[in-house]
Ligand binder design. Structure first.
Ligand code: GTP
Ligand code: MG
Length: 475
């Protein structure tokens, strides 16, 4: 572990960037332009007065050069600073503006400003993550939804009699109506939240039966995509649990189509005038609950720094503040590794002692941990006796579900940048007798160790699943 001196902020890279750089995660500028624009123009605006002068000077020189031939470029060479001179001290004779804007370094020196992300990144101030309020964040990750679903109505039966030349009384020929379409909930790996699920779905109606014994078309099935791990409840009872990609549940059946008058033809009644309307579709009110299938879950007391840690290791932006219960909803961040493996980490609202008796925010959010393959206990090292926190956390998990606290786990000692934390760290190690990854989510100290260990836990999980012949959950 690298030493964690108290060096809050100044001159240091933000934690996320340091963690990413340490593991050579996928570079964070895939598009280039968004990040590029700000630093380039910041550099440009600082050097604007000097640049304007140079532009003007070169414009005059280039105008004069058309008149005076090749004599002026030599003069320009003499006037320009050496860093702008070409090979052999000569100015490469290009239009002045193009030369100025060129990102090509001259004689191994850095250009005035650059137009590529890599070069910009050396000079730019690293971009801070946006601060988004918790209320806004809940729009992105929605873990429960009430939804009313109504199947499509069946098409009505047809009523008609056949009448053709030489067959005037051809008998009844009203076809049956088509069946209404079902509303089907389908688990989709691409979906990560229930935010796109609407409060109401109406299935497609069946078509009416036609003449000449034509049946109406059935209503198409309506598929509603939900994330893998969605629990479907009706009146408090679990009716389905979509745990596999592609799994389907018929939320509302479409109504049957009506019968045409041809259907009622019998020996007793050769000209039935009877036909039936289509049946209405099934109507249900369902509660969808998402038990996230993130690989790792961050479990800790309020203010332990779970959200700060998630911000530091992933591109997620959960709200961070110096008061307890900042996080009111679960958030999932994805840690990306250079080999394109992705580990999903869920930030769960803080637990307190007695959470299983509904104290604090209760245990409503612990369902997100239920399916996590491994747990990351986040302990605030700066509080006295941090091992008590750990005991309480394990106790609460055990109360929620037996065996939950025995999942593969690692203890993270956060806030190592504080002086008190460095005193408490050896005491914690001694008390619990387990590995403790001491780090600072704020300054980024020792995030590398966590990222490497996270990857080890993930690889073990993948191997275990594969040895059981099951496919591991991928994000
Ligand atoms: N000094 C120091 N402060 C930290 C560190 N990590 C987090 N903090 C601070 O601790 C406070 C709480 O951080 P959060 O990330 O919101 O904590 P949390 O565990 O998500 O809290 P809840 O959402 O309430 O459960 C904030 O003021 C952070 O700036 C750290 O490594 N060092
Ligand atoms: Mg939080």
């Amino acid at each position: 572990m690298r030493g964690g001196g108290a060096r809050p902020g100044a001159g240091r890279l933000p934690a996320a960037e340091r963690g990413a750089a340490a593991l050579r995660l996928r570079p964070g500028c895939p598009g280039g332009c968004q990040r590029l624009a700000e630093p380039c123009w910041a550099v440009l605006s600082r050097r604007l007065p000097a640049l304007c002068g140079a532009v003007l000077g070169l414009a005059v020189l280039s105008a004069a050069s058309t008149v005076l031939g090749r004599a002026v470029p030599a003069a320009a060479n003499a006037m320009l600073p050496p860093c702008w001179a070409g090979p052999g001290g000569r100015l490469p004779w290009r239009p002045a503006l193009l030369l100025l804007l060129s990102p090509v370094p001259v004689r191994g020196r850095q250009p005035t400003f650059s137009t590529t992300c890599v070069r910009c990144s050396k000079n730019r101030r690293l971009r801070q993550k946006r601060v988004i309020s918790e209320r806004k964040l809940t729009r992105y990750f929605v873990d429960h939804r009430k939804v009313r679903v109504v199947g499509g109505r069946g098409g009505g039966g047809g009523y008609s009699f056949s009448s053709e030349p030489r067959k005037v009384f051809g008998g009844p020929d009203g076809g049956n109506g088509g069946d209404g379409g079902h509303v089907i909930l389908k688990a989709d790996q691409q979906m990560k939240s229930l935010s796109s699920v609407l409060p109401f779905y109406q299935g497609f109606h069946g078509e009416r039966g036609g003449t000449k014994n034509c049946y109406g078309a059935n209503g198409a099935y309506m598929y509603v995509k939900v994330p893998v791990g969605t629990l479907i409840k009706e009146d408090g009872k679990v009716v389905a649990d979509l745990t596999q990609h592609g799994q389907e549940y018929v939320a509302a059946y479409g109504g049957a189509g009506g019968k045409g008058n041809r259907f009622f033809l019998s020996n007793e009644n050769r000209a039935p005038t009877l036909f039936t309307p289509g049946e209405p579709g099934q109507e249900r009110v369902l509660h969808l609950e998402l038990k996230t299938t993130a690989h790792a879950g961050l479990v800790g007391f309020p203010n332990a720094g779970k959200s700060s840690l998630l911000r530091a290791i992933s591109s997620a932006k959960p709200a961070v503040a110096a008061y307890p219960f900042t996080t009111l909803n679960a958030h999932v961040g994805v840690v990306r590794y250079q080999d394109y493996e992705q580990v999903a980490v869920a930030d769960i609202p803080g637990l307190i002692k007695g959470a299983h008796q509904n104290r604090g925010l209760g245990i409503a959010f612990l369902r997100h941990i239920e399916r996590c393959r491994f747990l990351l206990y986040v302990v605030d090292l700066s509080v006295s006796q941090p091992w008590i926190q750990l005991q309480d956390l394990k106790y609460e998990l055990e109360q929620y579900k037996k065996g939950l606290s025995e999942r593969p786990c690692v203890v993270i000692g956060n806030k190592i940048d504080l002086a008190q934390s460095r005193i408490n760290l050896p005491l914690l190690k001694e008390q619990i007798g387990e590995r403790v990854i001491a780090l600072s989510a704020l300054t980024g100290d020792n995030l590398e160790e966590l990222l490497l260990h996270l990857r080890e836990l993930y690889d073990t999980y993948v191997r275990t699943e594969q040895s059981r012949g099951q496919s591991p959950v991928k994000w």
